[in-house]
Design a protein around this ligand. Structure first.
Ligand code: F6R
Length: 243
């Protein structure tokens, strides 16, 4: 696994955005998958600027969402579909259409959501580049602690850590019980996987994920098994890699 360390979040984000833009430039109909959450927001904003400047074509790439809170929809600020729209698609002038798949956290039939994601991946996959953040418990997407390394797209209960930390995304208290996510299998099948981490509060879990032997107890450690994974870290997140 390639580990790239940058002096700060801004430099880390710039490099990761350039790498994503490069994938789309080389393959304009690339399938991309971006985590929501706080870490990739500046990457999305940079991609919007790159697209406006014509640095990569924005009219053909395909998009699949990484995950969603079950029970939340596009009107809920803090949901994945809302935030990817706000920071990425809307400012690029793109509408959610046939070349995009978003999980609908409000759907009554979650199995149909799983089937929809799998059908989209069967038609357009594998993912060309997937951008992941890392949870405080090591989750990637909503692949929580204990997720099998061959797990598929699925709905699963959220860890207590994810529920507690997840409150940071919402202005008002939310009931966060379960999530729907792209599985470890799809992450391993992605042609490129980028893990982004910023700040010293991630340093412990980043070390466990990148330096300790891979274990299902630390989901992000699966990336050590990925043939083309890159970790983009700021100095804070990388602080314990040699400890
Ligand atoms: C969000 C997601 C999560 C986050 C992770 C880190 O779509 O997939 O796995 O990437 O919880 O979140 P932040 O970046 O807010 O620290």
């Amino acid at each position: 696994m390639d580990i790239r360390i940058f002096p700060n979040h801004e430099a880390m984000t710039a490099a990761a955005a350039d790498a994503v833009a490069g994938v789309i430039t080389r393959k304009p109909d690339a399938l991309i998958c971006l985590a929501a959450g706080h870490t990739p927001v500046d990457l999305m904003k940079r991609l919007v600027v790159h697209a406006r400047e014509g640095k990569f074509p924005k009219d053909r790439f395909r998009f699949i969402s990484l995950d969603e809170w079950v029970g939340l929809g596009p009107k809920d600020s803090g949901s994945c579909i809302h935030d990817v729209g706000k920071y990425f698609l809307d400012d690029m002038g793109l509408e959610r259409g046939a070349r995009m798949f978003f999980f609908d956290g409000l759907a009554k039939d979650m199995q149909a959501q799983i089937d929809g994601a799998k059908a989209f991946l069967a038609a357009h996959g594998p993912i060309d580049v997937i951008v992941l953040g890392i949870g405080m418990n090591g989750h990637i997407g909503f692949n929580e602690v204990g997720s099998a390394f061959d797990s598929d797209v699925r709905v699963l209960p959220l860890d207590e850590t994810s529920k507690t930390v997840g409150a940071k995304y919402f202005d008002t208290p939310r009931t966060l019980e379960s999530g729907i996510t792209i599985g470890m299998r799809q992450i391993l099948e992605a042609k490129k996987a980028f893990l982004l981490a910023s700040s010293a509060k991630k340093a412990d879990i980043v070390r466990q994920a990148l330096k300790d032997p891979p274990t299902e107890r630390v989901p992000a450690s699966v990336l050590q098994k990925h043939p083309a994974a890159t970790a983009f870290l700021d100095a804070g997140a990388a602080a314990k890699l040699n400890g």
